[in-house]
Design a protein around this ligand. Structure first.
Ligand SMILES: Nc1ncnc2c1ncn2[C@@H]1O[C@H](COP(=O)(O)OP(=O)(O)OP(=O)(O)O)[C@@H](O)[C@H]1O
Length: 723
């Protein structure tokens, strides 16, 4: 095993070889795999690099699970991946001549393996136990906590990790003497490697798309049908004044024993309970007001499970919003959620205040119909929840306190508090995290609870597949035979009419059987303009709550928590610097921290402000006042870089699908971010007609509403161009 840890490059070559043997992997994905490198291991994060953003998205999207599993298997322990973009990255070293060693990872080993755990497939316990058992597999990490202890920061260089192999990270001056053999002398990517023929239309079959099974974003090209009307532009996040940071309450957590991981000022977690337990006295720092079921429940006429129900047969559309006055009936006038006062969550006035005595008993008996007590099912472990997305790891502040409290309430009283619970907010603000946390907590409180988490894209894909294979019954059973169904990014159901129809019946069946439904979206139900009215109405039956971008204190607390969790050591000043510069997306916040600490580790430099500024200079926007106007040329250059094509390709006339998308996105961004007229934009793109620009603009707006991949690409590019 020593060879495994001492030569990551060889391990990576085996990983690539193994994945290449898999016929399910498409050629165009192999292209990126073969042009990636493993730079090093930082605790349980494998740092990979690839030549451009597009490749990064493939590795972190479609290939993520396969890469994670194969790499974990090769290393003999669970690892996750973090991919950086290095345009100068050299192609990988040659693959080893021998076949990959057959080394079943423990999570593959037998029936005990639980498919629920993110990545390798074992439970979190299994992962922990395995880590302890397998100490010899673990490289002697030079990044262990002791080396990052505060007092050593900036004082001593990090020990050179022998297993780091070779490569570069970001723009690091890379000392190959210290990290093994240098990159091979092959040239960096040229246009020909990304050019038209590699993306010939025939390579773009219909692909699965959406988030992966753990809620991580997948990306790809999918087929879509109906057009959707214009959607809001991304990244229009409203900022809130920085309120006081409130640490999250603590929860019994047999799955994720915390050990002093709380941000500063927060008491250490109690040791993990060995067995699931109902909510206990003193578990929460402050009592939470429990909600009563939305009053319209009894009014809502029962609907036959599989029958289409006319909208007027149901209760009128309404949104039960948080009300600032807890003595009110819990409903707010108007369509906007009322933010609770800082300090504690306020939910619509509860029915009987829940205490231990009214906590439903653990469900152990057979299912007894509506509200019955389900026995543990064999699919109980198949909720596919990310073990790290727990309430314990969720930091609350004013921006998300209400959503958090509602999520806790739903987990504690599924189908009794708010049904459905609808959480909306911009990308990267923690919606998926809360959904997973609900699943974990409910299962902990009520062993045997059948939880299913799915992204709306996954739901769509499965639905399409079931039609193709004639397995509708199995599909319906899979989604209707659950106690809690959570559907992420429901906005992507817009314009998919048959899927909406199917989801409508799924919703009705579950709701009628007192099963909990939790939904997330990037906008409120009212703003889901292209969704059928009857669905939107239903989404408003329960509680609608939003998540806003976190205030500075919360961002700092999130970074602190993340640093402790991932053993990424950075001084407070660095955390504060990152938090002060990245404000609208927590995913980016976390990514910045990983990038800085990885860069420092790989270059054996201390993590300090100077280094942070250098590493993040492309991420951190200049001050508004210094910001020059965005030009069409800049947009074209950034877009070309993002898609790994040349600006001339954007000006050209190739109908290659990748190019067409890149060109249309660039045109759309010119419309969005500049004052240029349609003819001027057309002229920039090689003298195209203004109607071509109009068409591109409309097309991208439509696609953004239908395809997460396009939405994310446009969002990322917009951020990049603005910065
Ligand atoms: N309040 C929080 N505390 C700790 N971590 C958080 C918090 N909010 C978000 N995160 C982390 O930020 C990352 C992105 O969150 P998540 O995927 O839940 O966002 P999202 O709103 O679902 O985004 P998208 O709409 O793009 O799917 C995750 O790693 C999550 O754990």
């Amino acid at each position: 095993m020593a060879d495994v840890t001492s030569d990551l490059a060889a391990v990576w070559a085996r990983v690539v070889a193994r994945i290449n043997e898999d016929e399910a992997v498409q050629d165009k994905d192999r292209h990126w795999l073969e042009r990636s490198q493993a730079l090093g291991l930082l605790q349980d994060i494998a740092l990979l690099s690839v030549a451009n953003e597009y490749g990064k998205r493939v590795l972190e999207g479609r290939l993520a699970q396969k890469v994670t599993e194969t790499l974990s298997s090769e290393l003999g322990r669970p690892v996750r991946i973090s991919v950086s973009v290095d345009p100068t990255a050299a192609p990988p070293p040659p693959a080893p001549s021998q076949a990959p060693e057959s080394r079943p990872a423990p999570w593959d080993a037998g029936p005990a393996a639980a498919p629920g755990y993110g990545g390798p497939g074992g439970s979190f316990h299994q992962e922990q136990a395995y880590r302890q058992e397998q100490q010899p597999y673990r490289p002697e990490s030079p990044y262990g906590q002791e080396q990052f202890g505060g007092e050593r920061f900036g004082a001593e260089p990090y020990a050179a990790p022998e297993h780091f192999g070779h490569g570069r990270f970001g723009q690091a001056p890379f000392n190959t003497d210290q990290f093994g053999p240098g990159p091979s002398a092959q040239p960096p990517y040229g246009q020909e490697q990304f050019g038209g023929e590699q993306y010939a239309p025939e390579q773009y079959g219909k692909e699965q798309y959406g988030k992966d099974q753990y809620g991580q974003e997948q990306f790809g090209q999918e087929q879509f049908g109906q057009q959707a009307p214009q959607q809001q532009a991304p990244c229009a996040a409203e900022r809130h004044a920085a309120p006081e940071y409130q640490p999250a309450p603590e929860y019994p957590s047999p799955e994720y024993p915390s050990s002093g991981e709380a941000p500063e000022g927060r008491a250490e977690h109690a040791p993990a309970e060995p067995a699931p337990a109902p909510r206990q006295e003193g578990l929460f720092p402050e009592p939470v007001e429990y909600p009563r079921p939305p009053e319209a429940h009894p009014e809502r006429p029962p609907a036959p499970a599989a029958e289409r129900v006319a909208p007027q047969a149901h209760r009128p559309a309404r949104t039960v919003e948080p009300h600032p006055d807890p003595s009110s009936d819990g409903e707010a006038e108007g369509g906007h959620p009322v933010r609770p006062a800082p300090g504690r969550p306020q939910l619509p006035l509860p029915g009987p205040r829940r205490t231990e005595s009214v906590l439903p008993p653990p469900r152990t008996g057979p299912t007894g119909g509506s509200g019955g007590v389900p026995a543990p099912r064999k699919d109980e472990t198949n909720a596919r929840l990310n073990p790290k997305y727990l309430f314990e790891t969720f930091v609350t502040g004013d921006s998300n306190r209400f959503a958090h409290a509602a999520a806790v309430a739903v987990a504690e009283a599924p189908a009794k508090a708010y049904n459905p619970l609808f959480i909306y907010g911009d990308s990267g603000l923690g919606k998926t995290h809360l959904l997973h946390a609900i699943g974990h907590y409910a299962r902990r409180l009520y062993p045997g609870t059948r939880v299913r988490y799915v992204s709306s894209e996954e739901f769509t894909n499965e639905f399409i597949n079931c039609i193709q294979t004639g397995k509708q019954d199995a599909f319906r059973q899979r989604y209707r035979d659950v106690d809690i169904l959570m559907v992420d990014d429901i906005q992507f159901l817009a314009s998919k009419e048959s899927t909406q129809e199917e989801f409508f019946h799924t919703f009705n069946t579950l709701h009628n059987s007192n099963k909990q439904i939790v939904l997330s979206s990037d906008r409120s139900p009212k703003q889901l303009a292209t969704l059928e009215d009857r669905l939107r109405n239903r989404f408003e039956w329960g509680l609608t709550t939003d998540i806003k971008p976190p205030e500075l204190e919360t961002r700092i607390a999130i970074l602190r928590k993340k640093a402790v969790q991932e053993k990424l050591h950075a001084p407070p000043a660095v955390l504060e610097f990152i938090a002060s510069r990245i404000s609208s997306n927590i995913r980016e916040l976390e990514g910045a921290l990983i990038r800085v600490t990885a860069y420092a580790s790989l270059n054996r430099q201390p993590v300090d402000l100077q280094l942070t500024e250098v590493v993040l200079k492309d991420l951190i926007p200049a001050g508004e006042s210094d910001k020059p106007d965005i030009t069409g040329e800049q947009i074209m250059a950034q877009t070309a870089d993002y898609f790994g094509v040349e600006v001339d390709d954007l000006k050209g006339t190739s109908r290659n699908r990748n190019l067409v998308t890149a060109r249309q996105i660039a045109m759309y961004l010119c419309r969005e971010l500049t004052e240029l007229s349609l003819p001027k934009i057309g002229a920039l793109f090689g003298g195209k007609d203004h109607t071509t620009v109009m068409h591109a603009d409309k097309k991208i707006r439509t696609l953004m509403a239908e395809r997460r991949s396009i939405y994310t690409q446009v969002t990322e590019l917009t951020n990049r161009i603005k910065s």
